[in-house]
Design a protein around this ligand. Structure first.
Ligand SMILES: O=C(O)CCC(=O)C(=O)O
Ligand SMILES: [Fe+2]
Length: 421
């Protein structure tokens, strides 16, 4: 498309459908828009950081290098829409609507919510993390991580992580947010729907997104790069951050008290990533030897999950694990070495593959709040689509493969013996 045509379509475009982006109008969709194969490396891209679109601003800056040469010096709006139109071709309609609604929902909260502890909305490692954790991250070696961690079950790591003061502030921020939500009668989305008596909030929805992104990139990824290479641990690029609350006696079911603003976002119950399969096994049905009384046996929609207990005083609430499985093997038996129980300790973290089947036992007294960060790798998800028969990270796939190898060795031996007779 020529720049003239591009400008014409800008002129013709109707009012913005982009969620109130001031001064920006949507260009008519054109399937002929193309990027160049070779980038113009010496081109200096615009800054798109101030924009709220369904794609990360960095994507626009990166793709600018690939624009047709005649477009490089056009206005930022024109380039933005040209690139956005191309990207939108890769997003199914439903996902587009979902992302759009989510953006509007978040904007509504962020513009109106008055934070209680502003200082915890930006990463301040020294005041968030305990010194031992910071030292290990700074050293950034497997030995330094292992020096502060226990591995009570293969691939599951526990360690002290957050300072008590930070935990306290985060918990009071969540309480403050819940109270504010109740006052405004805004209906908020909950992190997931696994336990009836579970409350919680999605931190990404009220301005914690940037902080949690640094949390994941600078403090989880160094560890997952070492411990979870086969799960995309070195290419984590998105997260879902939330707080779960148990054992609270609230006389009002928050969010249900007659909402004046209701934004329904389809697929928000478990906040699945668009276009993906959530693998929540809510009933806790698991064939085989899982005889325990549990709630919400499930797998997270994450490659790597960080779960940190914030407090307060509680009993019960243990996590139990039943082994890492791919979709095809999610209901297979738990092997004895895979069954593992974990009791939460305030400030302490547990890091595990999202696909390690797990659930929580009831919090029998007091209140418990946990910070949970589901970390995802789009490269891992993409690769998984091309690889359907065997997953090295699924314990059952490995077991089946080992069994096949064993049987073929037995068969080969028998053949050999037969031919020798
Ligand atoms: O309650 C917990 O500590 C864990 C909850 C959980 O696994 C989840 O929300 O995905
Ligand atoms: Fe979970």
């Amino acid at each position: 498309m020529s720049s003239q045509n591009q400008n014409r379509s800008l002129e013709q475009a109707g009012p913005s459908g982009s969620g109130g982006q001031v001064g920006v109008r949507v260009v008519n969709w054109s399937g002929s828009d193309r990027l160049c194969i070779s980038p113009k490396r010496d081109h200096k891209p615009e800054n798109y950081d101030d924009l709220q679109f369904e794609f990360n601003p960095n994507i626009f800056a990166s793709l600018e290098h690939y624009l047709p040469p005649h477009m490089l010096n056009l206005s930022r709006d024109v380039k933005l829409h040209y690139i956005r139109n191309i990207l939108l071709r890769y997003l199914p309609e439903n996902d587009r609507i979902w992302i759009q609604k989510l953006r509007e929902y978040r904007l509504k909260i962020i513009l109106n919510y008055p934070p209680l502890h502003k200082e915890i909305f930006t990463m301040d490692a020294e005041s968030f993390f305990v010194p031992s954790f910071l030292r290990a991250i700074k050293e950034n070696t497997e030995a330094s991580f292992r020096s502060i961690m226990a591995e009570p079950c293969k691939g599951v790591y526990t360690f002290e992580m957050l300072q008590p003061q930070f935990c306290k502030k985060l918990m009071s921020e969540v309480d403050h947010f819940e109270r504010w939500v109740h006052g405004t009668k805004l209906r908020i989305m909950r992190p997931n729907a696994m336990n009836k008596n579970k409350h919680g909030v999605i931190l990404d929805d009220f301005a914690f997104e940037a902080m949690l992104d640094r949390f994941m990139c600078d403090f989880i990824q160094p560890i997952s790069r070492v411990f979870y290479p086969e799960l995309g641990g070195s290419s984590l690029d998105s997260h879902h951050g939330f707080v779960v609350e148990y054992g609270i006696n609230k006389d009002v079911e928050l969010g249900d008290a007659g909402s004046s603003i209701t934004i329904k976002v389809s697929g928000s119950q478990n906040r699945s990533r668009p276009g993906s399969n959530s693998n929540i096994n809510q009933s806790g049905q698991n064939k085989g030897n899982s005889s325990v009384a549990f709630s919400g046996l499930h797998e997270d929609e994450a490659e790597v999950t960080l779960n940190v207990c914030l407090g307060k005083e509680f009993s019960g609430g243990d996590l139990f694990f039943q082994g890492v499985r791919c979709d095809a093997h999610v209901t297979t038996n738990t092997q004895p070495e895979e069954a593992f129980n974990y009791s939460h300790v305030p400030g302490h973290a547990i890091l595990h593959p999202g696909r390690n089947r797990h659930g929580t036992r009831p919090t029998t007294s007091g209140n418990r709040m946990n910070l949970i960060l589901w970390c995802r790798s789009s490269a891992f998800i993409e690769l998984k689509r091309y690889q359907r028969d065997f997953y090295s990270w699924c314990a059952e796939c490995r077991r089946k493969k080992a069994e096949r190898v064993r049987l073929s060795v037995v068969a080969a031996k028998q053949e050999l013996l037969k031919s020798e007779i």
